[in-house]
Design a protein around this ligand. Structure first.
Ligand SMILES: Nc1nc2c(ncn2[C@@H]2O[C@H](COP(=O)(O)OP(=O)(O)O)[C@@H](O)[C@H]2O)c(=O)[nH]1
Ligand SMILES: [Mg+2]
Length: 250
């Protein structure tokens, strides 16, 4: 970005300081747009529709970032696009987690497969996939327990889920309020598990979502949706222009 700015101003005649400021801002916006648009074009609905059934998506990320809520929103969006879903309550780690997901599944009228509390999350995912196959369901959404970056046991468990579920798509859920830690989480999960795309949550809670830029630049990972509230409709497809407008708004 600095290089871009240098190119735009060094050796140029700029008469007023306002013009300089404007040139710098315009150049910045343009280079941010370039970084972002390299990654913008993931049409998940199209990918799902062109893939074999069932399409398996695993959602993961640290505690409380919004995985379960995001899955509910995602189901709502998939259903609106004419896709059938089943959800795997593979968060067997936290007592209330399966119940929380069950409430959403009921409201959204999709089947849910659950396991015993403390049971094997990979086995739950396996059952959900089998069930999807026999019922000809389009998409399996796998919810998982929150992983703290440092928790090796949970990370290994997540690896097992991936090994058994063999997901077509892995979504890392990140919280836009997490500041610098958010990028650290992304780096950790990229090394430990790997992922295809990010959904950034809680962007409604006055976050600029600057981590989007770091993700695109450092990890070359796209952000495909933004969580912008707690309702099912509050999942926005990511748009570079929307992000830039927000970043530069005061
Ligand atoms: N404002 C806001 N809150 C959210 C969003 N996504 C999730 N939440 C809230 O964040 C909290 C944790 O969400 P949950 O889905 O249980 O997180 P999980 O532990 O990752 O499964 C809940 O209170 C959600 O309602 C969002 O996009 N905006
Ligand atoms: Mg959860």
């Amino acid at each position: 970005m600095l290089d871009d700015i240098k190119k735009a101003i060094v050796g140029k005649k700029i008469r007023r300081s306002e013009d300089l400021e404007q040139t710098v801002m315009d150049t910045l916006k343009k280079s941010i747009e370039e970084i972002l648009t390299k990654n913008e074009n993931i049409d998940i609905i199209k990918i799902i529709k062109e893939s074999q059934r069932p399409f398996v998506i695993v959602f993961f990320g640290v505690n409380g970032v919004g995985k379960t809520t995001t899955i509910a929103k995602f189901i709502y969006m998939l259903k609106k696009n004419g896709l059938t879903c089943i959800v795997s309550a593979s968060d067997t780690f936290r007592a209330a987690a399966q119940e929380q997901l069950a409430i959403h599944a009921q409201k959204l009228e999709v089947p849910m497969v659950k396991g015993k509390y403390g049971g094997d999350p990979a086995a739950v995912a396996f059952d959900a996939i089998q069930s999807a196959k026999s019922r000809n369901i389009d998409v399996v959404l796998v919810d998982t327990a929150g992983r703290m970056n440092t928790d090796a046991d949970l990370t290994n468990e997540l690896r097992r889920v991936m090994k058994i579920a063999k997901p077509n798509f892995k979504i890392l859920v990140l919280d836009s309020l997490g500041g610098n830690d958010t990028l650290e989480q992304a780096k950790y999960f990229e090394n430990a598990i790997g992922f295809d795309a990010v959904i950034l949550t809680k962007v409604d809670a006055d976050a600029k979502g600057g981590v989007v830029l770091s993700l695109a630049y450092e990890l070359k990972k796209p952000v495909i949706f933004l969580g912008v509230g707690q309702e099912y409709e509050n999942l926005e497809p990511f748009s570079a222009q929307w992000f830039i407008d927000r970043l530069f708004s005061s």
